[in-house]
Design a protein around this ligand. Structure first.
Ligand code: MRU
Length: 340
């Protein structure tokens, strides 16, 4: 299962805004349209955004390939700026653009195109490999008969393939240890209902969809054994941003004594910031909250708050599952030792 394919001269993206009812792939040859696709959540999920942006840099270089070196360079600067402005929170976007910038800096003009393509493909391939390792480490934590709660979508389509939190679920399911995955629907845009439930049903993994406000009650009834969810940016002390609602799930898990793990590749760790206060949180269009599937559900004139992410303090985390293993507190020391 995947959502991003490089076709040699174009990029194909599975339109995640149309799931689960329609599986539509669109071809992109213009980096500006890829930036717009990232902004519109056609492609979404921290690692997937980084991979799509890396391929978009290749599309820009191919568009400007007949320009003189100076004009090629200014076109590429513009492309990098446009892509960086698409979404602010997931650090994977900036991490991938930095890798592409380093390749660009090694040349003067279009002769760098083959190296850019190699780098984008490496970013894509490495992400899948990291997810497989993450899945193996995470599955060690999952006992037989586990009932797992997840929030948003940290699955194959949010990454290069396989997934982070859902990678753990897939690996644990392959060992026969998953009794049920409870998917928070994840208002306002329903990534849990539309995307996570879709991935799990497709893979034949037992899945139960709940609205976000049901998690507390299920935990109180003893129906959730552990929580695995994704991450958009982790600071060097372990504070992390993920889909809005993650913080609430973390508080609930702590109250009920339920192990709570975030799952991420190293490309999601931002060692340049000391804590979660430094993470920029994307504020999205109020219409995502006042309307549901195009139908108005709130009165004109009401104020709206629509942050796409929240920050969970590291002290609510049981552990962090990465491609280098599972990290337990003290997170600052262990993150520095592994990723510093
Ligand atoms: O707004 P989205 O759908 O891009 O938000 C996605 C998430 O919050 C995911 O949990 C996160 O990016 C991790 S994806 C492996």
């Amino acid at each position: 299962m995947d959502a991003i394919r490089w076709l040699g001269e174009s990029l194909a993206l599975l339109d995640q805004t149309r799931l689960p009812t329609e599986e539509i792939w669109d071809d992109y040859t213009d980096y500006r349209r890829v930036a717009e696709a990232i902004r519109r959540l056609v492609v979404r999920g921290a690692p997937a955004i980084g991979i799509a942006a890396a391929y978009a840099v290749c599309l820009a270089a191919m568009e400007f390939r007949n320009r003189a070196p100076g004009a090629f360079r200014s076109g590429m600067d513009q492309a990098l700026e446009t892509l960086a402005a698409s979404r602010p929170t997931a650090v994977n976007l900036f991490w991938a653009l930095d890798r592409m910038k380093r390749i660009l800096a090694a040349g003067v003009g279009p002769e760098v195109i083959p190296a850019l393509l190699q780098e984008a493909e490496a970013i894509h391939r490495e992400d899948i490999a990291m997810n497989r390792k993450i899945g193996r480490f995470g599955a060690e934590l999952v006992p037989h008969g586990a009932r797992i709660l997840t929030h948003c979508n940290a699955g194959a389509i949010a990454t290069g393939g396989f997934g982070t939190a859902l990678g753990v679920v897939r690996a644990a399911h392959a060992r026969g240890n998953v009794e049920m995955v409870y998917c928070d629907e994840t208002r306002p845009l329903l990534q849990g209902a539309r995307l996570t439930a879709w991935e799990l049903v497709k893979d034949g993994i037992p899945a139960t969809l709940i609205t976000d406000n049901m998690a507390a009650s299920l935990m109180a009834q003893g129906k959730i054994d552990m929580v695995f969810l994704g991450c958009d940016r982790m600071a060097r002390n372990g504070d992390f941003a993920n889909k809005i609602g993650t913080y609430g799930v973390a508080v609930l898990a702590a109250y009920h004594g339920i192990p709570f793990y975030t799952v991420l590749p190293s490309s999601t760790i931002d060692m340049s910031i000391p804590d979660g206060k430094h993470i920029v949180i994307e504020e999205r269009d109020p219409a995502e909250v006042t309307h549901f599937a195009g139908v108005q559900t709130a009165p004109e004139g009401v104020g709206v708050c629509n942050p796409a992410f929240d920050v969970t303090p590291h002290r609510l985390l049981t552990g962090i599952v990465t491609e280098k293993g599972v990290i337990h507190p003290p997170f600052d020391e262990r993150l520095a030792a592994l990723f510093g």
